[in-house]
Structures are given as C-alpha cells and as structure tokens.
Design a protein around this ligand. Structure first.
Ligand SMILES: [Fe+2]
Ligand SMILES: [Fe+2]
Length: 174
C-alpha cells in the first residue's frame, strides 16, 4: 500500500499534469488564433503527452491499491503577448514541474518506497527532455527575433511533430 503522504503527493502531481494539459490547450488556442498552425500542433502534442503523464500516475495509484482523488484544475493563462512569451512561460512551467517531480521523489526516498522511486525515474528523465526541447525552440525563436520568415520556418518544423501513444496494456510510458 502507498503511504497516505505519498498518495496525497501523487494525487497532487496528477492535478499538476492535468493543469499542464490545460495550459498547453490554452497556448494551442492562441497559436491557432494567430494562424500558426504548426506551432499549435506542437501544443496539441504537448496536451496529449501531459494527459498521459497524469494517467500513468492515476493507473499506478490504482495498481498499488491506493485511491485516486481528483482535484479542481486552475484556470490557465489566456492572454499571451507573443510567440516568444508563450515559450518563455512554457519553459518556466516545465521547470516548476521538474521541481515538483524532484520533491515527490524526495518523499518516496524518505519513505523508502522503491516501487515509487522506480516509477518516478521515468518522470525525472522526461523532464530533462521537456526542458531541453523547449529551450531549443526558445533559442531559435530569439535568434530570429520571434517573427518574419524565420517564424514561418519554425511553424513548418513543428507541424511535423506527432504524438506516439504508449503500447497497449502498458501503464503508459511514451
Ligand atoms: Fe508532464
Ligand atoms: Fe511537460
């Protein structure tokens, strides 16, 4: 059985992953409103990945005989100044999630729950990739000044991103 403290912390993480999905859905809407459909597609894939991150924890809690407790999802930001602003907010948010995963790992280590430690390693690695991806896009955006022909090229690049669903029957590693 999961300890009460770990169960609470993992339910809290489900909420943060669903909030991440919500933020990226809002960013997708903004990109569509300014006709950057390729960048919008990048955020569509983000929403799918964040949903998966939430569901992996959801399934894990149930597998461990715990209780899933869904909490209220906050309103995401809805007003954005520019494409660069969106990616700056994205990077900031992913850093916040990285800290949250690290804190969760600290709880698992303190409680000596090896199954949770092993499970969370996937998230630790995933956050390295998330921050690296967003940093790379943000650097390119800053390089081109966030507009013009360069922006259209980035838009085209990000149109190619696809969501890879986890294999059937798994708890959802992507
Ligand atoms: Fe996530
Ligand atoms: Fe993420």
């Amino acid at each position: 059985m999961l300890s009460a403290r770990l169960q609470e912390a993992m339910n809290e993480q489900i909420n943060k992953e669903l909030y991440s999905e919500y933020i990226y859905l809002s960013m997708e809407a903004y990109m569509r409103s300014i006709d950057l459909d390729g960048i919008a597609n990048f955020f569509t894939v983000q929403t799918q990945e964040e949903h998966l991150h939430a569901m992996k924890i959801y399934n894990f809690i149930i597998d461990r005989g715990g209780k899933v407790v869904l909490k209220k999802i906050e309103t995401p930001p809805v007003d954005f100044k520019s494409v660069v602003d969106v990616f700056e907010q994205t990077l900031e948010h992913e850093k916040f999630i990285t800290k949250s995963i690290n804190d969760l790992m600290d709880v698992a280590v303190k409680e000596n729950d090896h199954a949770v430690i092993s499970f969370l390693k996937w998230y630790v690695d995933e956050q390295v990739e998330e921050e690296a991806n967003v940093t790379r896009i943000l650097s390119k955006l800053k390089l081109i000044g966030g507009e013009g022909h360069g922006l259209l090229m980035i838009d085209q690049d990000l149109a190619a991103r696809v969501f890879t669903p986890p294999p059937a029957g798994s708890t959802g590693a992507a």
